[in-house]
Design a protein around this ligand. Structure first.
Ligand SMILES: Nc1ncnc2c1ncn2[C@@H]1O[C@H](COP(=O)(O)OP(=O)(O)OP(=O)(O)O)[C@@H](O)[C@H]1O
Ligand SMILES: [Mg+2]
Length: 313
C-alpha cells in the first residue's frame, strides 16, 4: 500500500538575486512501513523536499498524495488532520528544542496543537519518554541538561506524540557523535517495527542510509538522479553522480582490495539560482558529452525498478 506519492514536485524560492530552483520535478513514492533514503550533498534540496511534502512550504508545482488523498492545495485548516499523521525529526537537536520549555512541555506541545484531551497528556508524556529510552522523571528538566543523543530522543518523542504514520527524519544523526549514531538509528528501526511507521530518511552520506533504507533516492541540484532498492544501488550504481558519491566512501575492510570504479567529484556544485541546462550534473560529470546540455534528464526504469536519469548508462 502506498503511503505517499510525490508527483513532479517543484519548489522555487524568489530571492533578490533571482529564483532558487531548490526542488525540480521530483517524483517518488513511499510504501507503508518502508524507509526511503534521500541522499545528496549539502544544498541539493533534501530539507526543502521534506518541508514541502508536509506543506510547511507551498509547492511551486506538482502533486503530493498522502494515503490516497491529494493534499497539494489544502488550506492550513484542512491540512491539520494530515499534519498529525506526518511529522518531522530535525538535524540539529540543539536548535530544534526550545531552551525555555521543559522536556514535558516540548513533548506535550503537539498534543495541544492537535486537540488531544488534556487529562491524557501526562501519561502520554511519561510513556513517550520511556519509549525513547529516557526516564519519565526527566519531564521537568530543560534541554540544556541533556546530551546531544538524549536531545534527539526528546525530538523523536515529540514527533511520536500525536501517533504519526509517516516521519521525515531530516539528518537525525548527522550532528551526533559516531558512537551515539548507531544507538539512535537502532532505536528508530525498533520504533518503526513496533509502531508500524513509514520513514523518509535524509542524509548526506550513502553509507548512513544503507542499512535503514529499503530504497534510496539520490538527489543532485534539486533533482533525483537515481533511485533503486538499497542493496542494488550500492552494488550496481548507474548514474555517474552516484558512482562518485560511492567511491568517496572508504571501504570498511582495509584487507579487501578496492575494485570499485573511482570517480572523484570535481569542482563546485552549480548555484540553484542558475542551474545548468539539460542534465544538471554535466558540469561535473567525467562522462559528459556535448548532447548532455540539451537532453531531458528524466528518471527512466533501467530494469527491475532501478531508475536512472542518465540516458548513457
Ligand atoms: N527559504 C529559502 N529561501 C531561499 N532559498 C532557500 C530556502 N530554503 C532553501 N533554499 C535553497 O534551496 C537549496 C536547497 O536547500 P536545502 O536546505 O533543501 O538543501 P539540503 O539538501 O537540505 O542541504 P543540507 O544537506 O545542507 O541540509 C539551497 O540552494 C538553499 O540555499
Ligand atoms: Mg537539509
Amino acid at each position: 500500500m502506498t503511503m505517499l506519492e510525490v508527483q513532479n514536485l517543484s519548489k522555487y524560492f524568489a530571492v533578490p538575486a533571482g529564483v532558487v530552483h531548490s526542488v525540480e520535478d521530483v517524483s517518488f513514492s513511499v510504501e507503508r512501513g518502508e524507509t526511503l533514503g534521500l541522499v545528496g550533498e549539502s544544498g541539493c534540496g533534501k530539507t526543502t523536499t521534506g518541508r514541502t511534502i508536509i506543506r510547511i512550504y507551498e509547492p511551486t508545482a506538482g502533486k503530493i498524495i498522502f494515503d490516497g488523498q491529494d493534499i497539494t492545495s489544502l488550506t492550513p485548516r484542512e491540512m491539520l488532520p494530515f499534519r498529525k499523521r506526518m511529522q518531522m525529526i530535525f538535524q540539529d537537536p540543539y536548535a530544534s528544542l526550545n531552551p525555555r520549555m521543559t522536556v514535558g512541555d516540548i513533548v506535550r506541545e503537539p498534543m495541544v496543537i492537535h486537540g488531544i484531551p488534556k487529562d491524557e497528556h501526562s501519561d502520554r508524556v511519561a510513556h513517550l519518554l520511556r519509549l525513547v529510552g529516557l526516564n519519565s522523571e526527566q519531564a521537568g528538566r530543560y534541554p540544556h541538561e541533556f546530551s546531544g543523543g538524549q536531545r534527539q530522543r526528546i525530538g523523536i518523542a515529540r514527533a511520536l506524540a500525536v501517533e504519526p504514520e509517516l516521519i521525515i527524519c531530516d539528518e537525525p544523526i548527522s550532528a551526533l557523535d559516531v558512537s551515539i549514531q548507531a544507538q539512535i538509528v537502532n532505536m528508530l528501526e525498533d520504533l518503526q517495527k513496533s509502531l508500524g511507521l513509514t520513514y523518509i530518511f535524509i542524509a548526506h552520506d550513502l553509507s548512513m542510509v544503507r542499512h535503514i533504507s529499503s530504497r534510496v533516492a539520490v538527489m543532485y541540484l534539486g533533482r533525483i538522479v537515481e533511485l533503486a532498492e538499497s542493496g542494488e544501488l550500492y552494488t550496481n550504481p548507474k548514474h555517474p553522480y552516484t558512482v562518485s558519491l560511492l567511491s568517496s566512501i572508504p571501504i570498511p575492510d582495509p584487507d579487501k582490495s578496492d575494485s570499485r570504479e573511482h570517480i572523484p567529484l570535481q569542482g563546485e556544485i552549480p548555484s540553484a539560482l542558475n542551474p545548468p541546462s539539460g542534465c544538471a550534473f554535466r558540469t561535473r560529470c567525467p562522462k559528459a558529452r556535448p548532447e548532455c546540455a540539451a537532453l531531458n534528464a528524466v528518471l527512466r526504469d533501467t530494469g527491475n525498478g532501478h531508475l536512472c536519469a542518465c540516458p548513457f548508462v
